[in-house]
Design a binder for this molecule. Structure first.
Ligand code: PLP
Length: 425
């Protein structure tokens, strides 16, 4: 399928768009049209089967088309179950992957795609800046994969202790750097490296940023599966609340609805970084510096996928709604869901649950699911005091936390990053 940048530019194949990450003109790639899907599989099919059905049309007439089943079978090896807390209110659990957050789905799909696009004999460096979850998911997806090395930059002292440990625990071809700066510094350094032609000649880079279509498109699969399952139960089209930072996960939900899946309303839940809420209510997009909140993976002041949203939906406020949740409400929601349902939820998921409670209060009917974006044990220092009980990590996370961790300190400068890249190359 052909793709084009949100800023115009030339048409490329989906494989080229996935390999490139960002478009050369600085825009974000979008498919030129939304493909027509063949008849849906039954709701009893596995996530891998639903993903192949949904994604194969995007790869039509591309070299990867013949590999889509294998890519999905290797990427979607864990489920995205729905847990209904009440007859029509539930959680879509997206944290059963190796690093216990939804980013495992996109990172693994991207890794499976790029591993099937070989470049002769060169090791590609996957370079990623992370505010916590992305780096771990990308590191896990490329860990010990021949032909790749991973370089992760994270802001020292600004990710949770468990997130930091996780990033430093992979070893082998994964190199973690703790940057003496903010996430914005990390992101700026990574962007500069991608624009540095001479550096790229000496150390070929691969982008695993959340703006990559290779991460965005596979995220449609779990919304599609949940929508088909809800319809099979005889319920009305399911609506979703999606905890949102860069708008990647929620954009995939909107795209799944565009493809014709039975999805009702799509509502973004942000933390106190309310730029999307203000954009949808005023029509003016005003990016600003991010503020630190309990839901740190959503501390985004300039959500990158806004550019995609505006390109695909010029009248954005007619297709998506948004509401913001402050830290006090996050804590109170974690506590109340624990008391009422015995369910521990992470601070990001709590934003979604709080927004759904407001929607129900305003009369919202029918089935609703909140995307549960991370396992609560990743944020034990917030969740445990709120519920007054221990929050043990799932098996894969526990295994990583049991390993020793190492991260190299790095100054927040482009020179420091290029030196590290050249040293490894
Ligand atoms: C990344 C992340 C988000 C935000 O997702 P976007 O696609 O950036 O909107 C929400 N929750 C968790 C746990 C995350 O890791």
């Amino acid at each position: 399928m052909q793709c084009v940048s949100t800023r115009g530019g030339s048409v490329v194949s989906l494989s080229e768009a996935i390999a490139a990450g960002l478009a050369p003109d600085g825009g974000l790639f979008l498919p030129v049209q939304v493909p027509v899907l063949p008849p849906a599989p039954t709701s009893a099919e596995s996530l891998a089967v639903v993903a192949s059905w949904l994604l194969r049309p995007f790869f039509a007439d591309e070299p990867l088309e013949a590999h889509v089943d294998a890519i999905c079978a290797s990427a979607f090896t864990f489920p995205a179950p729905t847990r209904w807390l009440e007859p029509e209110t539930g959680l879509l659990e997206l944290f059963h992957g190796p690093t216990a957050a939804f980013k495992d789905f996109g990172a693994r799909f991207l890794a499976e795609c790029t591993a099937r696009m070989p470049v002769e004999g060169r090791i590609r460096t996957v370079l990623v800046a992370t505010s916590g979850d992305t780096g771990a998911a990308v590191a896990a997806a490329f860990h010990r994969r021949a032909g790749f090395r991973v370089l992760v930059l994270y802001p020292d002292g600004r990710v949770s202790a468990r997130q930091a440990h996780q990033l430093g625990a992979f070893g082998d071809n994964v190199h973690a750097f703790r940057v003496a700066g903010t996430f914005d510094d990390c992101q700026r350094m990574v962007k500069a490296a991608f624009l540095d032609r001479e550096l790229q000649r000496r150390a070929p880079l691969l982008s695993a940023n959340s703006i990559s279509l290779g991460r965005l498109l596979p995220q449609m699969a779990y919304y599609a599966q949940a929508a088909l399952q809800t319809r099979a139960r005889g319920l009305a089209p399911v609506s979703f609340v999606v905890p949102t930072g860069n708008l990647g996960n929620a954009f995939a939900c909107l795209l799944a609805r565009e493809l014709g899946l039975p999805i009702g309303r799509v509502v973004l839940a942000t933390n106190s970084n309310r730029v999307l809420v203000d954009f949808l209510s005023t029509g003016r997009y005003e990016p600003r510096a991010s503020v630190a909140t309990l839901a740190n993976a959503m501390d985004v002041g300039a959500p990158s996928n806004v550019e995609r949203l505006r390109a695909l939906f010029p009248d954005a406020s007619s297709v998506v709604e948004a509401d913001a949740v402050d830290d006090a409400t996050i804590r109170a929601t974690i506590a109340s869901i624990w008391q009422r349902h015995g369910e521990a939820i992470c601070p990001h998921t709590a934003c979604g649950v709080a927004v759904l409670e407001r929607l129900r209060g305003a009369g919202a009917q029918g089935p609703w699911l909140v995307a549960a974006t991370a396992h609560p044990a990743k944020f034990d220092t917030i969740v445990e005091p709120a519920i007054g009980a221990p929050c043990p990590p799932p098996e894969a996370l526990a295994a990583l936390l049991a390993k020793p961790a190492h991260a190299t300190p790095m100054q927040p400068s482009s020179e420091a990053l290029s030196n590290a890249l050249l040293e490894l190359a």
